[in-house]
Ligand binder design. Structure first.
Ligand code: SAH
Ligand code: SF4
Ligand code: F3S
Length: 432
């Protein structure tokens, strides 16, 4: 039997889809296939912004016809949107042809839900909170040579715009030993890059072990591999973390540190718990200690009551913090969050104009910083072959994609590449 998984949202969801694939493979779905030939289609949804939800709704709705033609095909909807208050009911009402709805705490129960669906006619749904994490679900990994490794689940920060704490629940840290065992097994199996995942990795704690201590332990595992982590909340970003990054060559000197805004007043309304000045001090601390380090970020425009002057502070932060790139978003009100109920929602035209200006500023940084690579040699971890370009590709430690020609398959190898040309976040070069 075949399966097809549609994934929306963050790396967390990408990895959860690998766990879903692992579970499906253990209950008789052996082959990944196109949607048309699938015996089960799983939607792993996201609800961070309205357009993420609209995508999922559109694509689930589009399956109505296929489901009529192939009655035996199962449709399951899981992930953050399924967990959102009132959304499961809406899904049932709009798409009665769905078979299974499962929440963010119920991924490992998917096989049991599939078995139950064989017995029951109506939609089977499970959205219950559980004390355990998803440690039981072994992933069928698809991102070689990188491997995603969860260290925390959930979030306790309640930034006023954000739905994540409501749909992912309270923060839970995995046991240090479980994480280290997983990392050792992955390195032994040939993985070359470990990316530690959490909504706020800096608040990891297992007894005496905090995030810097965990990172130190992970980077101390023997073997040649890289370590990355995401995401780091600025309020908890510490000197100790910088010291561990400096100590280990394996840890990439790329810091993804979401600022969200350059205005202290907006940051306070967002409940981010740092000021513009404090944010810049953290960036400065990182750059002082790690000479070749680069910082990337997430930025939101059009948060309720944001004035043009406050938006300009975000623009100037891009220059001052010298971000090498940034994910930029128009604020999207999420039902149930504090910000959605605030006065002073910003009209769409205003936000659109602001984001265009912001993207132009970010692109200028990206271009300038990438062009500085021309002539240098970077180490690329080859991850794929682009058949259209006829080139291999992979990332350098600071996250840029490097493209180069090679006569034989080098996926999974560290390649020294001399950069001959830069284009945005892409570098082109020759193997040396
Ligand atoms: N836990 C991570 C972020 C996860 S969500 C962190 O705190 O850094 C990824 C990004 O989506 C956020 O950093 C934020 O920039 C954006 N985001 C979250 N909620 C949003 C909303 N309601 N509207 C627009 N962007 C949002
Ligand atoms: Fe959302 Fe804030 Fe938690 Fe990040 S830290 S997931 S933005 S509530
Ligand atoms: Fe989306 Fe959930 Fe990730 S809301 S961004 S998939 S944690």
């Amino acid at each position: 039997m075949n399966y097809h998984i549609v994934t929306y949202g963050c790396q967390m969801n990408v990895h959860e889809s690998e766990k879903i694939a692992g579970l499906l493979r253990r209950c008789g779905y052996e082959q990944e296939s196109g949607i048309e030939d699938a015996d089960i289609v799983v939607f792993n949804t996201c609800c961070i912004r309205e357009n993420a939800e609209n995508h999922a709704f559109g694509n689930i709705g589009a399956l109505k016809k296929l489901k009529r033609q192939r009655r035996g095909m199962l449709i399951a909807v899981g992930g953050c949107m399924a967990q959102e208050a009132g959304k499961a009911e809406l899904l049932v009402k709009k798409f009665p042809f769905i078979d299974i709805i499962f929440g963010t705490h119920n991924v490992s129960e998917l096989p049991a839900l599939i078995a139950r669906k064989q017995q029951e006619k109506k939609i089977v749904s499970l959205l219950a909170d559980r004390a355990e994490t998803e440690d039981g679900a072994e992933a069928f990994r698809t991102s070689y040579p990188n491997a995603w490794v969860n260290i925390t689940y959930g979030c306790n920060n309640f930034c006023t715009y954000c739905i994540v704490p409501y749909v992912r629940g309270r923060e839970k840290s995995r046991k240090k030993e479980c994480i280290l065992e997983e990392v050792r097994a992955l390195i032994a199996a040939g993985y070359k890059e470990i990316t530690l995942l959490g909504q706020n990795v800096n608040s990891y704690r297992d007894g005496e072990t905090d995030f810097p201590a965990l990172l130190d332990a992970v980077a101390s595992v023997e073997g040649k591999f890289r370590v990355r982590f995401m995401t780091s909340h600025p309020k908890d970003f510490s000197r100790e973390l910088v010291a561990v990054m400096k100590k280990h060559e394996k840890i990439c000197n790329l810091l993804h540190l979401p600022a969200q805004s350059g205005s202290t007043r907006i940051l306070s309304l967002m409940n981010r718990r740092y000021t513009r000045k404090e944010y810049l001090e953290k960036v400065a601390l990182f750059k002082e200690e790690i000479a070749d380090g680069e910082v990337t970020t997430d930025l939101i425009v059009g948060f309720p009551t944001e004035t043009d002057a406050e938006f300009k502070e975000t623009l100037s932060l891009v220059k001052e913090a010298d971000f090498s790139s940034a994910f930029t978003f128009v604020y999207s009100p999420r039902t149930g969050t504090k910000a959605a109920a605030m006065e002073g929602q910003i009209p769409e035209e205003v936000s659109k104009e602001r984001i265009a200006r912001l993207i132009a500023q970010v692109n200028e940084n990206t271009r300038r910083k990438s062009e500085a690579y021309v002539g240098k040699v970077v180490e690329v971890l080859c991850e794929d072959y682009d058949s259209k370009k006829g080139l291999y590709l992979g990332r350098e430690p600071l996250g840029r994609m490097g493209y180069f020609a090679a006569d034989q398959n080098c996926v999974g190898e560290f390649v020294q590449m001399k950069v001959t040309r830069a284009n945005g976040v892409s570098l082109y070069g020759e193997r040396v």
